[in-house]
Design a protein. Structure first.
Lengths: 326, 541, 99, 228
């Protein structure tokens, strides 16, 4: 059981999940013992002593019925509130989290750091810093699961999903794919390396094979000819992309959206889904022309054009109430 | 086969002979036996798949079968066990046989449709078996898109058709039961005189009728997408894979209550009979069945907590999941209270009932863990979930089924089963079961994902324990199979009411005549009135 | 056996109402009512459904049980749609993609 | 055994005591069956609702491309068939053999007419390349990156109308059977449950269409003015 002990206290939320577990186990143990004991006790005490025995019929007892409905219900409500609160925190990455992009495909994990480091089935992160993963899949549904951190989220084609954790202890941790994805599902595994800051620095300076994500994105922006239309000064028929990310965008029809990762992604792959007010829907779709990793780089490039990235917000592939109107 | 003493009386088994008299029968009792035969076969098939799974998982490196094979094994294990064994099990065998008798009817309302349901199950099963022999299917029993529609190159369509057809079998059984309970009750058999088994069958039937069609249409849509290559859930076109999950679980969560409610009904009968007491809080137990059936439809999203479902929807579904736990709790407490000051005897069915309560409690309580959002994120899609549902379905539902089978065996066959062997195998099953599945809770919490062919070495100890338990469990299941067959020929002849039970089924001969009763019974008192039975002669054994 | 035999006149009146509603709904579809065009279309469809069910399917004369069955069916369809939409429409409220 | 042989009516099967009980059982049975049908179509209505909410533009264009005249015509045809069906039931209630047969026949013809129009409409879709999954799929007025969403509309259109048509075909089979037995004089004013529940089924299939028509052909059609 090599890693058994190293399963505990590995990320900021780990002890919280474990505390909740302890509560759940305690409640369950109480009721299990109660019921086992009652059955055992009654079965022995009231065993049949003669074939003709006929016990008094009892019809029921309303106060009892109420008691054993209301007390368990109260307990479950504690479970609910506790669990929901924790879930909310599990769902909301802190604003200062380091961004990392994850692309799942049969059967490997591709991870991209902001500075251009790319890893496959491995992730190196420094201890103590919150990490936010923005994830998507190139084919079927996968699920990013790090048991030691108690986190998991499905990775779904056609949309972004989010996962975050703050590792608290340096070490090596399992990364599993937890959603069945075909033949080598059980081999779609990897390792998370949580490193001391110095170690991490050494690893980082080990050299990024390519430029940072934003730089790579800039190159793509040229090679895909985005730059032909989108001029920095907003001249021509296209909006400028400077100061777009994190800001409100007015759409044709009067709706507003906040430009977050999902919105930029949609703008590239389905440019006509939401049209910027005052412009014509002439932007071609780059679906099939750019990989998911390429999209990520473009997003980072667009982000880099907005010096102070605001809070990301709203929408997700098949998104909420923001239905386009015209 | 049948000795002279029994042969003198005409009953449903000897009233006509020959294959045709069985394959074309409209007698619900004979149809029940056809089902019994069929689902036993499917259980064995599903058990063989489980055996392969457990052998494979003894070692971490996946060296017994290939990944493709392993994936097909758990998929077909899940599909066979759920759609072709557990869903039909109690309703179609015990319900079919006893529901009409228990309400004093001569048959179900639509005997031909009843026979048709059996043929549909067989036809669906043949499709599924064809798919397995032709190469199997590897999508998991949940058929998640886009894997099932676009990526798997196994026999998805044939299997889906099989499940579709079996679904209609289930719908028709449910429909038949609902109508029968509404229109065929004997004079005096008011709703609140019905045995609790009938109540639970009725509740089950509601789920079958309301839920199964949604599964059917989901399968049709998957079929269209895969066969005609049109997109419905395909993300490349803008389709929503999570929509598929909603549709699938809208059926499949209530379906877990299709599997457990009938077992709960059986347990009510057993607990009452073997403690000779009216079920404590009869009305509460009866209504809790309906409550489970209804509330069970409001919680399906608890299977989607990490699926990218909105967290707000997740919270609603988590909240409602706790509501459905309360009626289950009510049942458990009332059964326990029934024992109080009873006259308890320990025949095999009662041992199964004890086993059921214990294991269902553990399985159900771990369901509460899973419904707890912050906790589920960690254990979803791990062995914790596997352990949860085996505790309920194997520890709960199958125990209920076996308990009921033993309980009614004398009525169905006219023969007693050998009590000693039966007790022994009940004990083996209980022990083997816990050894198999308890370690899986721990495995899951440690992070062992489900549907894994290979796994990190540190999980091996617990997996070996589990496999060891499974072999004990297999022996436990094999024994009843053998001694029940044996009893057909050598078992002691059973009287009309060997347990001193109160249901109408015990007032007619064993085995019952073709039309169940010599005369339509007139019901004058409520269910579980033991003074009527015990006061007079009790025929034991 | 109690049988209600409705008059031909009733049936004819219902039939004519149905045809009129069909014409109305088709016509309304060409008018720009904004979001209300959906509402109008569905309301008219529900009206037509009620006419068919109440008169042609004799729900008017049917037992309480039958009506319960019907209401139940509509309710269950409502559950299916409403709960699923509760997910679809609240995706993104948190502002974290995929949550 | 003797007291099970109820000579009350020839048509009472052995599991029932009275004809009344048998009629109740059959009618309730049909209603329950119709519930399952509602839930069956419900799954598709759900998919439609979700996608329409999400992709309202592509869906508006796609439903504007439907031929509303065929749709409306077919609606009227089905309503007529419902009327003839209810008249058939009424005739049966009154024990009018000929009336029953004639009205059933009219119902059948109308049903077949509906199917005929449907087949024509589908073949039109083929000509227009509005077939989802087909290589040349293209819907005018929808930008290239939303063609997929338009395909979703047509996938649902074909799934829904296809399954509806399948129900019509089953319905036609039922009507033919009823016609045959009515012709043979099997139904009387006392015993006409099969006609009754056959009618329920037919009307139900009509109701499904009553919803399909606005959903697939009408909603957002006014947008067509801006689009086409
Ligand atoms: C017969 C089958 C059956 C039954 C009855 C249940 C019953 C319950 N199930 Fe289970 N479940 C499954 C079969 C079943 N389940 C299956 C097959 C899966 C996995 C599917 C897959 O992904 O392949 C699953 C998965 C599953 C999940 C999803 C896990 C995941 O994938 O992440 C959840 C989450 O909420 C859940 C919850 C529950 C709850 C709350 C109940 C409740 O109904 C339980 C109620 C019972 C009790 C609570 C015990 C009795 C009460 C007492 C002893 C009194 C004390 C009570 C209190 C303190 C309240 N189940
Ligand atoms: C009713 C439902 C049911 C039943 C009874 C069982 C029974 C068993 N199950 Fe199963 N199981 C599921 C439903 C069920 N299971 C489902 C739904 C899944 C999820 C599938 C998925 O992920 O898609 C699953 C998955 C599943 C897994 C997880 C696989 C994975 O995720 O990788 C495992 C692993 O241990 C397992 C084990 C077992 C075992 C050991 C039994 C044992 O109880 C079986 C014991 C029985 C036998 C060993 C048969 C013995 C009898 C004979 C052999 C008779 C011989 C016959 C004749 C002589 C005629 N099951
Ligand atoms: Cu990727 Cu499982
Ligand atoms: Cu569930």
């Amino acid at each position: 059981m090599g890693n058994f002990l190293s399963l505990f206290l590995q990320a900021a939320l780990t002890p919280e999940v474990d505390a909740l577990t302890a509560f759940l186990v305690a409640v369950s143990a109480f009721f299990t013992v109660l019921i086992f004991a009652a059955i055992f006790f009654f079965a022995v005490k009231y065993r049949r002593r003669s074939e003709r025995e006929l016990p008094e019929p009892v019809h029921g007892n309303l106060p009892l019925e109420i008691a054993w409905s209301v007390i368990p219900f109260g307990l479950t409500m504690i479970m609910f509130v506790w669990g929901a609160d924790l879930f909310f925190r599990e769902s909301r990455p802190p604003d200062n989290a380091t961004q990392i992009y994850v692309v799942g495909k049969q059967w490997m994990w591709k991870l991209q750091h902001m500075d251009g480091h790319r890893e496959i089935n491995e992730l190196h992160v420094p201890v103590g810093k919150p990490v936010k993963l923005t994830m998507t899949s190139e084919d079927v549904i996968h699920s990013f699961f790090v048991p030691a951190f108690r986190v998991k989220e499905d990775v779904v084609p056609g949309r972004y999903s989010t996962l975050w954790f703050t590792p608290t202890t340096p070490g090596k941790y399992h990364l599993f794919c937890a959603e069945y994805c075909g033949t080598n599902h059980s081999r779609m595994i990897g390792t998370i390396y949580v490193m001391n800051p110095e170690e991490y620095q050494t690893w980082v300076s080990g050299g990024a094979p390519m430029g940072s994500l934003a730089e790579e994105g800039g190159k793509l922006f040229e090679s895909l000819a985005c730059a032909n239309c989108h001029h920095a000064d907003g001249s021509g028929r296209c909006p400028t992309l400077v100061n777009v990310f994190g800001h409100q965008v007015e759409l044709t029809g009067g709706n507003h959206v906040t430009a977050d990762e999902a919105y930029i992604r949609e703008s590239i792959l389905q440019p006509n889904a939401k049209i910027v007010s005052g412009y014509q829907p002439i932007m071609p779709s780059f679906q099939g022309l750019v990989t998911e990793e390429g999209v990520v780089e473009l997003i980072e490039y667009v982000k880099s054009l907005s010096p102070k990235p605001g809070m990301p917000s709203v929408t997700n592939g098949i998104a909420a109430g923001t239905v386009p109107h015209r | 086969m049948i000795t002279a003493a029994v042969q003198e009386r005409e009953h449903y088994l000897n009233e006509s002979y020959g294959l045709k008299s069985w394959l074309l029968t409209k007698d619900h009792k004979r149809i029940a036996l056809l089902y019994l035969f069929t689902i036993t076969l499917f259980f064995a098939v599903g058990g063989v798949f489980a055996t392969v799974i457990r052998i494979e998982l003894i070692t971490p490196s996946g060296n017994f079968v290939s990944s493709e094979t392993y994936n097909k094994m758990f998929t077909m294990h899940g599909i066979v066990m759920i759609f072709f064994f557990l869903i039909p099990s109690i309703p179609a065998v015990l319900g079919n046989f006893f529901l009409p008798i228990m309400i004093g009817a001569r048959d179900l309302a639509f005997p031909k449709i009843n026979l048709l349901s059996w043929y549909l199950l067989v036809a669906g099963g043949l499709f599924a078996i064809f798919a397995m022999l032709a190469g199997g299917v590897d999508t998991g029993w949940t058929f998640y898109v886009p894997y099932s529609t676009g990526y798997s190159n196994t026999w998805v369509i044939a299997t889906a058709i099989g499940i579709f057809i079996a679904g209609f079998s289930s719908i028709l059984t449910g429909l038949n039961f609902i109508i029968t309970v509404h229109t065929m009750r004997a004079p005096g058999m008011t709703w609140f005189r019905m045995p609790l088994f009938v109540w639970s069958q009725y509740a089950t039937a509601l789920i079958q009728v309301l839920g199964t069609p949604v599964l059917a249409v989901t399968i049709v849509l998957v079929f269209c997408e895969r066969f005609f290559h049109i997109g419905i859930f395909d993300p490349a076109l803008g389709g929503d894979p999570v929509l598929f999950q909603h549709l699938f679980w809208f059926y499949s969560h209530p379906a877990v209550y299709i599997m457990i409610l009938p077992a709960m009904g059986v347990i009510s009968e057993l607990i009452s009979t073997f403690s000779r007491k009216r079920v404590f809080g009869y009305e509460f137990v009866a209504f809790s069945s309906l409550a489970i059936a209804i509330l069970g439809f409001l919680v399906w999203g608890h299977h989607l907590f990490v699926s990218t479902q909105s967290i707000y929807a997740g919270m609603i579904f988590s909240f409602l999941s706790y509501f459905v736990a309360i009626p289950s709790a009510i049942k458990v407490f009332n059964w326990t209270a029934t024992l109080y000051k009873g006259s308890i005897s320990y025949e095999t069915p009662m041992l199964y009932a004890f086993g059921f309560i214990g294991l269902f409690t553990i399985g159900g309580l771990t369901g509460l863990f899973l419904a707890c959002l912050g906790f589920d994120v960690h254990v979803t899609d791990t062995y914790f979930v596997v352990a949860h549902f085996h505790y309920i379905m194997v520890g709960g539902a199958i125990m209920g089924y076996l308990g009921g089978l033993h309980f009614w065996w004398p009525k169905m066959t006219g023969r007693m089963y050998p009590e000693g062997w039966a007790k022994l195998s009940a004990l083996i099953i209980f022990l083997g079961f816990n050894l198999t599945f308890f370690p899986q809770f721990i495995l899951g919490y440690l992070g062992m994902p489900r549907r894994y062919h290979t796994y990190p070495a540190e999980f091996q100890v617990l997996h070996v324990l589990s496999s060891a338990g499974a072999s004990v469990l297999a022996v436990g299941y094999l024994l009843p199979f053998i001694y029940l067959m044996w009893s057909l020929k050598y078992g002691q002849i059973a009287g009309a009411n060997p347990w001193g039970a109160t249901g109408l089924e015990w007032q007619t001969a064993s085995p019952p005549p073709k039309h169940n009763f010599e005369k339509t019974p007139i019901v004058t008192h409520e269910a579980y009135d033991y003074s009527a039975v015990i006061g007079s002669e009790v025929e034991v054994g | 056996m109690t049988q209600h035999v409705d008059s031909v006149k009733t049936y004819a009146a219902v039939f004519i109402a149905l045809i009129i509603l069909t014409v109305v709904t088709t016509a309304v579809a060409f008018v720009d009512l904004g979001p209300f065009s959906v509402v109008a279309a569905l309301l008219i469809a529900c009206g037509k459904m009620l006419l068919v069910a109440l008169f042609f399917m004799h729900v008017r004369h049917s037992t309480r049980l039958t009506r319960l069955v019907l209401v139940g069916a509509v309710l269950w369809l409502g559950i299916l749609i409403a709960f699923t939409l509760s997910d679809v429409f609240s995706r993104g409220w948190l502002g974290v993609p995929g949550r | 055994m003797a007291d099970f042989a109820h000579a009350e009516s020839l048509a009472v099967r052995e599991q029932f005591d009275t004809a009344e009980q048998q009629k109740d059982a059959s009618t309730l049975g049909m209603w329950i069956f119709l519930i399952t049908e509602i839930m069956f179509f419900g799954g598709m209505f759900l998919a439609y609702t979700v996608y329409r909410a999400e992709y309202s533009y592509a869906f508006a264009v796609a439903s504007s491309s439907m031929n509303v005249y065929f749709g409306a015509f077919n609606t009227v045809v089905l309503l007529c068939s419902s009327f003839t069906m209810v008249m058939a039931v009424r005739s049966a209630q009154l024990g009018l053999r000929k009336g029953t047969v004639v009205y059933l026949f009219l119902t059948l013809i109308l049903g077949l007419a509906f199917l005929g129009v449907k087949v024509f409409e589908w073949s039109e879709k083929f000509r227009e390349h509005h077939i989802p999954g087909m290589a040349g799929f293209h819907l005018d007025g929808v930008p290239p990156d939303q063609q997929g969403q338009a395909q979703l509309f047509f996938s649902l259109y074909f799934a829904m109308t296809g399954l509806h048509a399948l129900h019509m075909i089953v319905g036609a089979g039922i009507v033919i059977t009823l016609m045959y037995f009515a012709w043979k004089g099997k139904y009387t004013a006392e015993y006409m449950t099969p006609v009754d529940i056959g009618g329920l089924y037919w009307h139900f299939v009509d109701i499904i269409w009553i919803f399909l028509f606005p959903l697939l052909y009408l909603i957002d059609r006014h947008l067509g003015r801006y689009i086409l």
